[in-house]
Design a binder for this molecule. Structure first.
Ligand code: PMV
Length: 329
């Protein structure tokens, strides 16, 4: 095979972000916005350069066994591309290969706003490279390598992003056993995403929560317990299609996230706009500190209204559907 192709979806975290890093459950959904990757073997057999280019304006080359040369994207480029380089090298090692590879990434997902673009890029890159050597790479294996690569960005990654991007759908993720269960909903969920326009660093926010936990142990434990119970109640409500209840639980989860210091004044403003526009509930999704919020609408029509109200207030917003496919090769 001379060209490998794969795509993987972005995600939203409906419940449990941050606490999932400390063994608590989370509920995530992969969304119908994908990252597509093409991988090619470089022609020159003696050239082991790994060249990665993404249409988000980042490109670089790793030459002579790993020396980084930035091509596009400034000082941020290396941090974005390192996990992908690591992932490619791991795939080549598992296949006993050492060769130059070119990667082209086409993203429909804005980066660094909590929609899991880096996890989806890792998942799709690993599968695209592996499919150069083997048809239909195993999803389990791709997911495992992606989690390893993601931990280059932040050591404490829960792995939840990589799971949902690889396997798709709405999932209940148990970070203790690293097991996930697909949830069937009692109807279709209308979700709206709104971006604060403020990029975040997941690693910094996770480190901030670690400091909060060290300084406020008892408070953190009780918040984590409540966040965990919210996940449990939300699983039941999702299965029953009880959207009023899910909305209320989202609002409650948002208050907990504010307490641990990961919300942002723009995220709080967006949550308020959604609530005034009639959303059943709204909260940040992902690491926070800016990033994005999600709102639950009672139906598609209301979702469209909420998204346009947010845009009228000067923020980027779009409706999302749940992707049931996950990784596609
Ligand atoms: O903002 P994102 O898409 O990087 O999501 C991070 C989610 C956290 O729970 C904060 C961290 C993790 O590894 O689960």
């Amino acid at each position: 095979m001379t060209e490998g192709k794969a795509s993987a979806p972005a995600k939203v975290i409906l419940f449990g972000e941050h606490f999932v890093v400390y063994g608590k459950p989370a509920i995530l959904a992969s969304i119908d916005k994908r990252i597509s990757v093409k991988a090619r073997i470089r022609r020159d057999e003696d050239d082991d350069t790994i060249a990665i280019r993404s249409d988000i304006g980042v490109a670089g080359q790793y030459c002579n066994g790993g020396e980084f040369r930035m091509v596009e994207g400034g000082s941020e480029a290396k941090a974005v591309l390192d996990p992908l380089y690591y992932a490619i090298k791991r795939v080549l090692a598992t296949r006993n290969k050492n060769m130059g590879i070119e990667i082209d990434i086409c993203s429909k997902v804005p980066p660094a706003i909590g929609l899991g673009s880096s996890a989806a890029s890792c998942v799709a890159t690993i599968a695209a490279v592996d499919s150069l050597f083997k048809r239909n790479p195993s999803k389990q294996n791709v997911c495992k390598l992606a989690i390893e690569a993601e931990s280059c960005i932040h050591k404490r990654t829960s792995g939840a992003d990589c799971y949902v991007s690889t396997f798709g759908g709405l999932i209940n993720y148990d970070s203790m056993s690293k097991a996930f269960k697909k949830l069937e909903t009692g109807g279709s969920i209308s979700l709206v995403v709104a971006s604060t326009g403020v990029n975040h660093s997941t690693g910094h926010l996770v480190a901030g929560v670690k400091r909060f936990r060290e300084r406020n142990q008892i408070l953190f434990e009780s918040l984590a317990k409540r966040a965990s119970d919210i996940c449990l109640e939300a699983s039941i409500a999702l299965t029953a299609g009880n959207y009023e209840k899910i909305g209320k639980l989202m609002d409650e989860n948002q208050i907990i996230l504010q307490e641990i210091g990961v919300s942002h004044y723009k995220a709080d403003e967006l949550v308020e706009i959604c609530s005034k526009a009639g959303a059943l509930g709204a909260k940040i999704t992902g690491a926070g500190g800016g990033g994005s919020i999600i709102a639950l609408a009672k139906d598609k029509e209301q979702g469209t209204k909420i998204a346009s109200t947010i845009r009228a207030a000067g923020y980027q917003s779009f409706e999302v559907g749940i992707d049931n496919n996950g990784l596609v090769t």
